[in-house]
Structure formats: structure tokens, C-alpha cells
Write a protein that binds this ligand. Sequence first.
Ligand code: GCB
Length: 601
Amino acid sequence: MLKPQVSSTRQICPLDGIWNFAVHKEPDLEDDKLWTQTISSQLQVPVPSSYNDIFVDAKIRDHVGWVVYQRDAIVPHTWSLERYCLRFDAATHVARVYVNEHFVLAHSGGYTPFECDITDIVKPGQRFRLTVAVSNELTWESIPPGKIEVMANGDRKQTYYHDFFNYAGLARSVYLYSKPQISIQDIFITTNFQENTGLVDYVIETSHPLEGADVRVRLIDENEQCVYDGRGQKSRAVIGNVRLWQPGGAYLYQLRAELISSSDPNTVIDSYELPIGIRTVEVVGNRFLINGNPFYFTGFGKHEDSLIRGKGHDNATMIHDFHLMDWIGANSFRTAHYPYAEEVYEFADRHGIVVIDETAAVGINLGIIAGVFGFKAPPTFSAESANEKTQHTHLQAIRELVSRDKNHPSVVMWCIANEIASAEAGAREYMEPLVKLTRELDPTRPVCFTNMAFSKVDKEVVTDLFDVLCLNRYYGWYSQMGDLDAAEQILEKELRGWQEAHDKPIIIAEYGADAHAGLHSVLDVAWSEDYQSRFLAMYHRVFDRVDNIVGEHVWNFADFHCTSSMTRVDGNKKGIFTRERRPKAAAQVLRRRWKEDGIAA
Ligand code: GCB
């Protein structure tokens, strides 16, 4: 599915703005058929934004179940020869879309786009009522999973196993867009190079078999020069004096795909442009290579999280975050713990930032919470928990992620799960089909998952399926608190153990300590900015002694919101920046290492 764009043959009517809003009290949406009515403007919400923190009302913030968004829209009368679609960049987590009284589409999965063609339902020039019901419920049939309990007073309570607030709603853009009757449906590219010749293999998928039409593909360089002009749906572009897409030095060609009339090549039936970067990614031995050169990841596990709008996408926050990453010397980040807004990848493509792209499979591990509090956990993989239905949803989440992000040069690896219970019985049976599918969908990128500290090298059962070891470690925080010497020894011993067992590159995909901005101490006092700094410095000493380490992603870029608990003070405070994006002391530790000393060079 291609992202909507304006081209000589396509148009967009953005439907972002202020929508009417209602909370649906009953668990079953069908009860009062809200979409057949006009929802009053008494409650209104911005789109894109999570709705939770917009109101000053705990009942809305913590509501479990459906909410309903509504607005009017008009199909331009000039679209009479076109097909037109509604496109939702995301609806967290389940959406049902209604045009006037018609149900048109349902989608599950809160972080990937979906669309529906409404050409046969609404006429050009016609105004229509668009209603979108969105449910935030998480169960063992969703990714991420969760559990809903009915309390004594009849209220429903949502629990989940991940450490970020369950923000919901229409957090990304909504569009009405047009495309021609016969159109370009999808584009698949893979890139390679030999010496200074670039190779771009492409497949242009069309909505209909082509009769009387042809596909023309051009590649335009950054000087607006056409460096390739070819015909056919499937071919290879060969480019002399290629400029590669490099981390920190992006170069993008515009792939201009056109459907043209076979009798008159000047008649363009459809036109779509895709910025592409020519680069290779591979794992060789214990190294991660981009364009054949060892790449060392510096950066963060991030979140889409900000004040008021929650997970709502916002270009200002996004670009500011990228500038802070540049300031600190981060060359990469992981989209923990879900696919981010497409604008994020487009920006990373344009600016040479490397991305590890993650599904929303977080919290498939019942041992974590039990382990932290010292009680025995039920099994993670069982009929009552992660089961065939969870796996089915997980497979679909992988399909939608790869389908959306396959052409981004910035994306160098798929992370198919965070801290899944990889040492438990059933883990291998659960994971193997997921890895197989990811590789079938994209044979060009390495695949990883992040390993949690309870899944030790002698216990875990899936690492051999993956290309890169991604370890999340918190010695000195969740254990050995305040004793960085002990933590240093345990960390080094463990990393050496992994290195001996698997000759694969290791990325420390999470390491970090909470710090309350403004709290200082000369001693190793938890929650102080100083302890966070010393904690990171200790990890860096160890990384520099272990050969297979090819990357360090601090947890987290910024403080972020999560559910209240006794281990969280108004959110998770492991950020190197506060939620308002002010640096804590540890920012200087990282900047010195990544930018001034140039560890990544
Ligand atoms: C983890 C999780 C992350 C948490 C973090 C923490 O291992 O992957 O989602 O937020 O630890 O701070 O506990």
C-alpha cells in the first residue's frame, strides 16, 4: 500500500483537524449505532492526537473500549473520473469506519495504515458523514497483548504487560485521496552496487493487468538529472557513478514511476514518485555492514510520546527530536515498541539516520512482572495467553510492517518482538514461523528480536534463528542497584558468554537508569542524574572491551508516560532528555562519547 501523495494524476484532501467525539459506554459497539446519528460537538478532539490527555477527565483518559470520531467531508466534484479512498495512517488499536450509514472497513493493529475505496458509495461533489469508531482494548488476540477484567462495580479494567501508556485514538493523519481508475498499486525495490555502479531492481504493481498501457520508470538524481529511463513493470536500473545512501550522508534518487498509454507515451495515466536510497545491508561474522563497511549503532530506543498529544504525530516534535539526536551524536534508533509514523522514516531516509524497525509485539512475557516482584509466573505460551490467535495477529503485524516500510533505505533491520519470553517452553514454536515469514517478505534485511535479561544464554531457545543479538540489560538498576562495580563484572561476564556461544554481532538495544531531572548526588544514589551518568559510563567501559558489540542504544531518548506504579515517578524517567526535551547530565556523557570522541567512526 503506497502512501497517498499529490502527483500529476493524484490529489489529497487532508481530513486532519477537529473532529466531534463521543465515548461509547457499552462494550458492544452495535448497541446504539452511533454512526447513524450526528455526534454533537460538545466533545471535540484534534486529529492527529491520542485523545487520552486532551480532556481533563480520568473517565475518558482511562476509558476501556470504543470511542467514536466523526466529521463531515466532501468528495471534490472534479474527481468524477477518479477512484477515491479514505486512508488512515493509524487507529489505535481497532477501527471500524462508516460512511454515512454504511460500514466500510475494519482494521486491527494500532500502528499501521489501512484504507478503503469509497468511489461506489459517495458521488463526486457529495458531502458525507465520516464516522470512525476506535477501540483501545488489548487482549491475547492483539499485538501488543493485554487483559480486560470486569470489576465488582461492573467497570472494565485494562491491564497490559508493557511499560508505556496505552494511548489510543487517531494519532496519525487521515486523508481522502484520489487516484486514476487504473493505477500504480505498489512499488518494490531492492538495491545493490558493484564498485561505482548502482543497481536498482524494481517491480511496479498495478491495480489492473496492463492493456494498452506501459510502465515507464525514471530515476532522477539530486541535481534533477535523469540517470535511468526504462520500460516495463519489472526491471533493473543500472546507474553509473552511483551516489550511495550512507549513514550520516543520505543521497536519494527519485524513482518516478508512470503508467503511460502504449500508443502515446505523452499520455500519463498515473504517476507516483518514491525517494529511494541505494545501499546494502548485511551481517558478516560478528559485524553489521552497511555498504560493505562495519557500522556501529549509537542512539536510542525511542517512543512516540509527548505532552498532551500522547502518541499523536507532530512534525515539530519529530524534527526537534532528530536535531537533538544529531546534537548528541546518535546515528540510529529503534522504533520501540511499534511502527512509527511514516513521516519519521521519510525524515530518516532524507537525513541518513539508521532505523531498526519494530513491530508492536511487546509484553509477550509473563515472567517479567512476576520476576521483578519475586512470584511465580504463569506460562507465557499457553491456550490462555500467547496462543495461536496471538501468533496469527503477530504474523499479520509483520506483513503490514514490511509492506509499509520495505522501501526505506533508513530501515536496516526488522525487530519482530521486544523481550518476548525466549527461554520459555513454546517460544521456538511461536517464533520460528514469524522469522520465516519476515525473511520471505524481505530477504534483504537482517532480522532480530530483543532479549530480556531473564533469558540467559544457556536457557534461551531462539537466538540461532536470528542474525543479530539484541540484548536489553539493566545491571545496576533492576539488580545490583547502587553497586556499579558488581554490575560491571556481571555485565562483562554475560556479554562474553553470548559472544562465545554465538558468533554474531551484539547490539545492546536497551541500557539505562531512571533519573529525576534536578536530583544530584556525589554518591551512587538511585534516581540522581549523576548515577544515570555513571551507570552509562560503566556500560561503555564494558562495551569497549567486548569485541562483538556493534551498537549501543540507550533506553530511552526521552522520559515517557506509562501506567502508575511504585517503580515509576510520573512516568518512566530513563530519558536522557526530559519529556519536554531538556537534557539531563547524562546527555553530556553520551555527546562526549558519540560526537566528540567519535566512537561510531
Ligand atoms: C525494558 C522494556 C522497556 C521498558 C524498560 C524499563 O526492558 O523493553 O519497554 O520501559 O525495560 O525502563 O524498564
